[in-house]
Write a protein that binds this ligand. Structure first.
Ligand SMILES: NC(=O)c1ccc[n+]([C@@H]2O[C@H](COP(=O)([O-])OP(=O)(O)OC[C@H]3O[C@@H](n4cnc5c(N)ncnc54)[C@H](OP(=O)(O)O)[C@@H]3O)[C@@H](O)[C@H]2O)c1
Length: 255
């Protein structure tokens, strides 16, 4: 029996934000393994270049392009560069996000609020607009937004971050509905607690970790690579009828 090609990404150009480490790096590596040419992006070029080099050393195709998604000018410049260098985009993974303040909602600092909204909402929104415009020119594509379980049920002391993740789930539905006519699908991944630098304050703190584990049926924190398979599904033809979906990969937390 022949193997399925439903998960093949040969010839596809994929952009992954926040791909210099953590969940984004795991996603970039898997998409490259499946044949995509991956644009590895984050604010700092060195980290992206290291991941791109390591993908290339394993026989994959990758290019590093830095982009701070909280800066509108950088978003525009990045897409100008993608257009010039590749002429197309098939897969956009909006993964880079920020959560600068861990506090009771009443102590929310205005600059932390603004930064969180600028990166997690405005950044995802305009990355999606630029990405969808390019996809539309080539007959379609796929947008995957990395949201969070916090977008469904807010994380304690993660007020504005949780609000932005709820916005990402809503944004996913907006783009799914309005861009389907252009052959573009848009879905969200909702990771549960995953062992990355981002979550280190939660994972490394015994009290918080144990509290979280009580509410996770699988009784463990996820590895970044455990998020990548879901993104491959959403980015490939395997999910050809899925759009506007929010996919929980959370060890059963939301159940
Ligand atoms: N870890 C978890 O438990 C968890 C749970 C639910 C959802 N998530 C979501 O998963 C996604 C990835 O998180 P992670 O845990 O993998 O984080 P991470 O390991 O800290 O990685 C974050 C990545 O984003 C980049 N980045 C940060 N701010 C950026 C900006 N403004 N513009 C562009 N790139 C930026 C970082 O590189 P530079 O420093 O070079 O920019 C890095 O590559 C986020 O959307 C997060 O909300 C994580």
């Amino acid at each position: 029996m022949p193997k399925t090609h439903l998960f093949d990404l040969d010839g596809k150009i994929a952009f992954v934000s926040g791909a210099s480490r953590g969940i984004g790096e795991a996603i970039a590596r898997l998409l490259a393994q499946q044949g995509a040419h991956v644009i590895v992006s984050s604010r700092k070029l060195e980290g992206c270049q290291a991941v791109a080099n390591s993908i290339a050393a394993e026989g994959g195709k990758a290019t590093a392009i830095p982009c701070h998604i909280g800066e509108m000018e950088q978003i525009h410049n990045t897409f100008a560069q993608i257009r010039e260098q590749f002429g197309r985009l098939d897969i956009l993974v909006n993964n880079a996000a920020t959560n600068p303040q861990f506090c009771n909602v009443l102590d929310t600092d205005l600059s932390a609020f603004q930064k969180t909204v600028d990166v997690n909402i405005r950044g995802y929104y305009f990355m999606s607009i630029e990405g969808a415009k390019l996809m539309k020119e080539n007959g379609g594509g796929n947008i995957i937004n990395v949201a969070s379980i916090n977008g469904v049920t807010p994380g304690e002391f993660q007020g504005i971050y949780s609000v932005t993740k709820a916005a990402v789930i809503s944004m996913t539905k907006v783009f799914a509905k309005e861009c389907a006519q252009f052959g573009i699908r848009c879905n969200a991944l909702l990771p549960g607690l995953t062992d990355t630098k981002f979550a280190s304050a939660l994972v490394k703190n015994d009290a918080i970790r144990n509290y979280a584990l009580q509410r996770i049926p699988l009784k463990r924190v996820a590895e970044p690579s455990e998020m990548a398979g879901a993104v491959l599904y959403l980015a490939s033809d395997a999910s050809s009828y899925a759009t506007g979906m929010a996919m929980n990969v959370d060890g059963g937390f939301l159940a």
